[in-house]
Design a binder for this molecule. Structure first.
Ligand code: X8Z
Ligand code: ZN
Length: 640
């Protein structure tokens, strides 16, 4: 995740270089106060962002890794300063708009207003209120836990523990309780969120947008209305594949749970999907795998066994007289050592492509596992702390399972983007668009074929058979295809909230209408307006735009295909691994280095040869599974 776009930055030197590159500005006459040229203005903006960045990122890091009132105060104050500065610069930019300046400066000026996803009102009191609400919402999510019982008997479970129930328990009652339990944390957020919407809309309007959603859609080097249509077009391309998967899975749920396996005979029940938000169905592998035993893909068991072995070694060293406290300490040490080991594994994929090793400070400053002594935001994120990217971090609460392993690859994708574009001026230190940023690590994950997994010792053997292929495809589809409509619906909801077509007294109804429409998912019992279910998903209280993930799930297959071409792969797309291929690595790195310095269409062209986002690569990849699903679903009543 990109930071809440606390402005990014680079060095003063590069700002001066930018200044020297200009030359088209008119000489000021003697009588006039010298007017700042567009190029000089952009250089000043870059320097301002560079100067602010370390303090702003440290304040945000603290408020997410030590949740308390003090860090909330410091973080809100810091974001108040950054947003006030941004508003001032946006105002000052008007003086240079339309005057002669370099192409790069023109682009920078056009991008200035989009430096935050939280446009703030000019009124200082409202701006302050907005930063406080935003910190409060994010910390409330991070500290969220579900408690039952009273007094001595009171027990609380956090997001990790509740997620574990959905992943592992197959008792519908226990799953429903865990799912509903987590959603209780969001109820108190509703009033704050409503106010948040009013405030960001005011900020967006003052910057010349219709509302905050319109502003979000304006960040794609194309007309915002055309962008919205683009997302519809892409969804139209992949929907038939999703529908097949939804039908197959619904059937399996009914086979497992009987009538409770579907809601109203067609929807997937929200609490039975192995994930709090039904965005990834991989945890249901035990009863969804097409051919049990065809190809061993149980990565979670392998990781768990590695971690347990580390723990065993530490316990053995302690000897038979170890105290309970020492054993707890040994478990913590094993958790941390193993989490770092998982991260090194991910790093080795990147270095295998010729990319640099992570800086030493990454290993001491990142948060790998959940601290025991305080609340933190466990939702995974990657951080560029300073303009020269000498301090880059990841923040996770890693557990030894497949989902977290792939999330590490995802986060390192962000980190490698930071490292690659560090020499761009601050204004261009960003993804070609936000979907690109989200797609990097996932493109790496697509290169983790069964034979690669075998080569790194995570699976015993990479079976080659048609059945093993379908198994491997299903494993990928439960993560990637299941995600697609979820990636779309979150911002369909927020765009409606921001433009007023979803009023506050219909927040929850609209949420579930969209979940039904796009995902074919429904809650087991009714969720009225007393709930605020959107708040139970990090990106809503965290105010992270979400369409980026939908785009990423299309783009990563396009990127994968290009890297496979660069690696000289022949044969079906899904069999390609470009691991350790330096030609693929060079092509990837060249794209990352461009950052946001040019329209994404150009960057796309340089990597893929085309200028459009397009779903043909993902469809090509899943062609074997698609054919198989159609056969399985024949004669069944599909559709929702
Ligand atoms: O939020 C994330 C990353 C951080 S950018 C862990 N993702 C989305 C989510 O968890 O909802 C990655 C996939 C989708
Ligand atoms: Zn991400």
């Amino acid at each position: 995740m990109k930071l809440k776009r606390a402005p990014l930055a680079l060095s003063i030197l590069s700002s001066i270089a930018l200044l020297a590159a200009c030359g088209s500005a008119p000489e000021p006459t003697v009588e006039q106060t010298p007017k700042e040229t567009g190029d000089a203005f952009v250089a000043r903006v870059n320097k301002t962002f560079a100067d602010q960045m370390p303090e702003a990122t440290s304040a945000a890091w603290l408020s997410q890794t030590y949740i308390n009132e003090d860090t909330a105060r410091v973080s809100s104050a810091s974001s108040e300063r950054s947003l006030t500065t941004l508003n001032r610069l946006v105002e000052e930019a008007k003086a240079v708009e339309g005057t002669p300046m370099s192409e790069a400066s023109q682009r920078a000026v056009a991008l200035l207003k989009l430096q935050t996803s939280m446009p703030a009102p000019r009124d200082p009191a409202k701006l302050k209120e907005l930063t406080e609400i935003s910190t409060k919402l994010e910390q409330a999510y991070g500290a969220g836990s579900y408690c039952t019982g009273e007094g001595e008997a009171k027990t609380c479970r956090d997001i990790g523990e509740l997620s574990e129930v959905l992943a592992k328990s197959r008792d519908p009652q226990a799953q429903k309780e865990a799912w509903e339990g987590w959603h209780t944390i969001a109820k108190p957020m509703k009033a704050d969120y409503q106010r948040f919407v009013e405030l960001v809309n005011e900020g967006a309007r003052e910057m010349g947008y219709e509302n905050a959603g319109h502003m979000w859609r304006s960040g794609y080097d194309m007309d915002p209305a055309a962008f919205q249509q683009e997302t519809d077009r892409l969804w139209g391309q992949v929907k038939p594949l999703y529908d097949q998967l939804q039908c197959y899975v619904g059937d399996k749920l009914v086979a497992k749970y009987g009538e409770q396996g579907k809601v109203d005979g067609k929807y997937l029940p929200a609490h039975l999907m192995g994930n709090l938000w039904q965005q990834d169905w991989g945890n249901l592998w035990d009863f969804l795998q097409p051919y049990p035993g065809a190809g061993d893909l149980d990565i979670t068991s392998a990781l768990q066994a590695q971690r347990d072995a580390l723990y065993g070694e530490k316990v053995a060293k302690l000897g038979s007289g170890a105290s309970a406290e020492q054993l707890v300490g040994a478990a913590r040490e094993a958790d941390l050592a193993h989490a770092k080991q998982m991260t090194q594994l991910a790093e080795s994929f990147y270095t295998g492509l010729g990319m640099p090793a992570l800086p030493e400070s990454f290993w001491t400053k990142a948060q790998f596992i959940k601290p025991r002594d305080r609340d933190v935001v466990c939702h995974a994120s990657a951080w560029q702390m300073n303009p020269d990217a000498s301090d880059v971090r990841m923040k996770m609460c890693i557990k030894p399972n497949e989902e977290d392993l792939t999330t590490i690859y995802h986060e390192l994708g962000h980190v490698y983007y930071y490292l690659a574009y560090k020499d761009q001026p601050p204004m261009f230190q960003s993804g070609a668009h936000d979907g690109f940023h989200e797609a990097i690590g996932d493109t790496i994950v697509l290169g983790m074929t069964p034979s690669y997994l075998q080569s790194i010792g995570l699976i015993g053997s990479a079976t080659v058979s048609e059945e093993a292929t379908i198994n491997a495809q299903m494993r990928m589809a439960l993560a990637k295809v299941a995600f697609l409509p979820f990636g779309l619906m979150i911002d369909r909801w927020r765009w409606g909230v921001f433009d007023g077509s979803i009023p506050a007294d219909q927040y929850n109804k609209a949420w579930w209408d969209l979940k039904a429409k796009y995902q074919g998912v429904a809650p087991a019992s009714s969720r009225g307006e007393e709930f605020f279910d959107p708040g139970a998903k990090y990106h809503v209280p965290g105010n992270t735009p979400y369409t980026r993930y939908f785009l990423s799930h299309i783009l990563q297959f396009q990127f994968y295909k290009s890297l496979c071409d660069a690696a000289g792969h022949e044969g079906p797309l899904h069999t390609c691994s470009y691991a350790n291929n330096e030609a693929a690595g060079e092509k990837f790195w060249a794209m990352l280095q461009k950052g946001q310095s040019q329209p994404w269409q150009q960057t796309m062209k340089e990597l893929t040869g085309g200028e459009q986002m397009d779903a043909s690569a993902i469809l090509d990849y899943f062609a074997p599974l698609d054919a198989w699903l159609k056969e399985q679903n024949q004669g069944k009543s599909c559709g929702f």
